[in-house]
Design a protein around this ligand. Structure first.
Ligand code: ADP
Length: 456
């Protein structure tokens, strides 16, 4: 096992990884940008090194600086968390060139899965169902129109290197293809320095259901059930749960088997997520594979009792998985809501500042993963997600009740958050009945906003 791990990230995920390392007797080195000097991840690690100024491009994305920090502190491995450099194959290659282990899959797999249309092709040729669409990237408007005619409207134009819902456009009729094609391409170029786009059929009102997998270097691949992440705003997840009310045991088994096949098809090692959209008739289609730990991983941990970060560390140090498929059983119902520092009434614009007071939720099977502490700073420079509340109930209704109570207990003063907004979702009759799809937020947002109890 590793002796010392550098965590190339910040915020709640850096803290999450530090905790797992500590429990395993592994020393930790954190990195930080100049304004992050007093962040919790810096205080909790055994050592910390400043890697640059506020702008992520010069600090948390600064490969040379991060590698110098790792080499100087004698780290034998680097955990990338999510975001930042976690899905950057060049970073992985540079890490390995320094003789350091990257805690994640190989650079080649990250590269292949990061090209979403190439990933789809790989899946198709291995019998994994994918959304009907173009055969690879579409280079010209004429070709785009031709593909749209073939598959029929509505369609989605998606960035090949996409992520976070960016570079994605819905098109309902032929007249809209030109402007959507151009704007998807320019957004893709701006966000990912890659303007390639592909087209797929828009599945109407689907559920977003993803499977967590783990794969070790001995050829063992298991799945840990699903997460339903259909509650999204602008294609970004807000509230997640496991299991999903939408799956019965048969479909779970079927999708889990396909997820394992998907992982094997690309020679995947470490923890990963196979994402599907599922239509009303319960047909499921692969949309992408995420080659890193995900924000919503704790819901899987809560229902399976398996620590995914520890498994990542085991896999990366060539140990076998600590569990076999038959040992994995899902118990109860887990639900997570993301706490973002943002102002829902102002179109969810980010909020930042000093935390003047904090009261964390507590109680049986209630978990609060966050970067917050009284006197700490919510930075304007990085992602607005400041924490996650995750609960485990015996059943779905108990999980909803627990999560409501946890939100009632949570007091965060100094920045505005979306917690009252999340609270209204947990009272929505359709949400409670489990009748929702990825269109939930668009349909309900205004009504939920008007129900929100305004925070002082
Ligand atoms: P990103 O990598 O940018 O997050 P994804 O491919 O994972 O993009 O898609 C993000 C979300 O967009 C999905 O969770 C789903 O809600 C929606 N989506 C993606 N592809 C389709 C599709 N073909 N039909 C309907 N919805 C889709």
């Amino acid at each position: 096992m590793f002796k010392r791990v550098l965590i190339a990230n910040r915020g709640e995920i850096a803290i999450r990884i530090i905790r797992a390392c500590r429990e395993m007797g592994i020393e930790t080195v954190s990195i930080y940008s100049v304004p992050d000097q007093h962040q919790l991840h810096v205080q909790m690690a055994d050592q910390s090194i400043c890697v640059g100024p506020a702008q992520a491009a010069y600090s948390y994305l600064n490969v040379a600086s991060i590698l110098s920090a790792a080499v100087l502190t004698n780290c034998d491995a680097i955990h990338p968390g999510y975001g930042f450099l976690s899905e950057n194959p060049d970073f992985v290659r540079a890490v390995e060139a320094c003789g350091i282990t990257f805690i994640g899959p190989s650079a080649d797999v990250i590269e292949q899965m990061g090209d979403k249309s190439a990933a789809k092709k790989c899946m198709e040729s291995n019998g994994v169902p994918t959304v009907p669409g173009s055969d690879g990237p579409v280079a010209t408007l004429e070709e785009a129109i031709k593909v749209c005619r073939e598959i029929g409207f509505p369609v989605l134009i998606k960035a090949s290197s996409g992520g976070g819902g960016r570079g994605m456009r819905r098109v309902d009729k032929e007249e809209e293809v030109r402007s959507a094609f151009d704007s998807a391409r320019s957004e893709a170029k701006a966000c990912f320095a890659d303007d390639r786009v592909y087209i797929e059929k828009l599945i109407l009102n689907p559920r977003h259901i993803e499977f967590q997998i783990l794969a070790d270097h001995l050829g063992n691949v298991v799945h840990l059930g699903e997460r339903d992440c259909s509650i999204q705003r602008k294609n970004q997840k807000m509230l997640e749960e496991s299991p999903s009310l939408f799956l019965d045991d048969d479909l779970r088994e079927k999708m889990g088997t396909v997820a394992i096949r998907a992982a094997k098809a690309c020679g995947y090692k470490n923890a990963g997520t196979v994402e599907f959209v599922v239509d009303k008739e319960k047909n499921f289609y692969f949309i992408e594979m995420n080659t890193r730990i995900q924000v919503e991983h704790p819901v899987t941990e809560m229902v399976t009792g398996i620590d995914l970060i520890k498994e990542q560390l085991r896999i990366a140090s060539d140990l076998p998985l600590s569990v076999k498929q038959d040992d994995i059983c899902m118990r109860g119902w887990a639900m997570e809501c993301r706490i973002n520092a943002e102002i829902p009434q102002k179109d969810f614009t980010p909020s930042s500042g000093e935390i003047l007071f904090l009261h964390e939720p507590g109680g049986m099977n209630i978990r609060f993963d966050s970067l917050l502490y009284t006197g700490g700073e919510v930075s304007p420079f990085y992602d607005s997600m400041i924490g996650k509340i995750i609960v485990l109930g015996n059943n779905r209704l108990e999980a909803i009740r627990k999560l409501r109570c946890a939100l009632e207990e949570t007091i965060i003063e100094g920045v505005q958050t979306n917690s009252a907004f999340q609270y209204t979702i947990l009272h929505d009759p359709d949400f409670i009945r489990g009748q929702f799809d990825t269109g939930f937020m668009e349909k309900k947002k205004d009504a939920l906003l008007s129900l929100m109890v305004l925070e002082e």
